[in-house]
Design a protein around this ligand. Structure first.
Ligand SMILES: [Zn+2]
Length: 287
């Protein structure tokens, strides 16, 4: 969600003796008018700056960094690349193949950072990849831990802690850019170091961050990947219309009363293609 624009500094009241009540009334009107104009000008400036430059809003208190939607939206990236090796990222418009990250620009605009990568075991890394693959299995998207040869993919930087990119809130376990629409070639973060490299927690965090990059909001449903509620069993993208929200229900980004995470991803990506037909078992000819 965009942060509310800051109020302009209060206009100092003019130092003048109060001669009459009527003059005070006029003064009040004048001050009110000036304040309104100042706020209007400020909001206008913020909007123009955002539209022109596509710069970031302040990071949401949640795990998303709100960005402006591009005028010409592109299709979704259909490869989710889990990067478990140390990775160097630079602030910029999201471009996974070039290591440019808008989340980084919002939190660490001064320059590149190198994240340490996955520090869990190799066996748990395999489980992690399998787990993320399972979350996105219903949809037409590939999950891989091999660097794609094309430049159109979502990069998940797995490992490290929020402080590595200048985020001080320790409770944050992942971060993603978000504007309620599809952000192609996004760079998202799964801070495995903040989750003791636990497979399920890291997997579900990655699921949430990637889905933010596909436009999904938080849902008020404890079984959904998109929830902040206390877990109530295994999570998935649930085919159910539910209210959005973190600690309490609210309208969804864009104004809809509900979101269905499963349908949203299906709309964005389409269904997974059916598995290739198995060749028919040939019965050996009897002699
Ligand atoms: Zn989230």
């Amino acid at each position: 969600m965009p942060a509310a624009p800051r109020r302009p500094p209060p206009i100092p009241a003019p130092r003048r003796a109060p001669p009459r009540r009527r003059r005070w009334a006029w003064l009040g009107v004048l001050i009110g008018l000036l304040a309104t104009l100042a706020i209007g000008a400020y909001v206008g400036l913020v909007v123009v700056r955002r539209v022109e430059t596509g710069r970031w809003e302040m990071p949401d208190p949640a795990d998303v960094v709100t960005i402006v939607r591009p005028a010409k939206p592109r299709g979704p990236s259909r490869v989710i690349f889990l990067e478990g090796a140390p990775v160097t990222l630079s602030p910029g418009d999201d471009d996974a193949s070039r290591g440019l990250s808008s989340v980084l620009r919002a939190n660490h605009p001064d320059g590149p950072v190198t994240l340490p990568g996955w520090k869990g075991s190799k066996a748990s890394w395999k489980k992690l990849v399998t787990c993320v693959r399972k979350l996105f299995a219903p949809f037409d998207v590939e999950v891989t831990d091999q660097r794609p040869t094309t430049d159109d993919f979502i990069l998940v930087a797995v490992g490290g802690k929020p402080a590595d990119i200048g985020v001080e809130q320790k409770r944050i376990t992942g971060l993603a850019p978000f504007n309620g629409g599809i952000i192609p070639r996004a760079v998202v973060f799964g801070f495995a170091g903040a989750m003791s490299h636990k497979v399920t927690t890291t997997c579900e965090t990655i699921g949430m961050e990637v889905a933010h990059a596909y436009g999904l909001d938080h849902e008020y449903l404890c079984k959904d990947v998109m929830t902040y509620l206390a877990p109530c069993g295994a999570k998935s993208f649930v085919d159910k219309d539910v209210a959005c929200g973190e600690g309490k229900k609210r309208a969804c980004e864009g104004g809809a009363a509900t979101q269905n995470s499963y349908r949203r991803l299906l709309d964005a990506l389409g269904p997974a293609p059916p598995p290739p037909a198995k060749p028919k078992a040939t019965t050996p000819a009897k002699r």
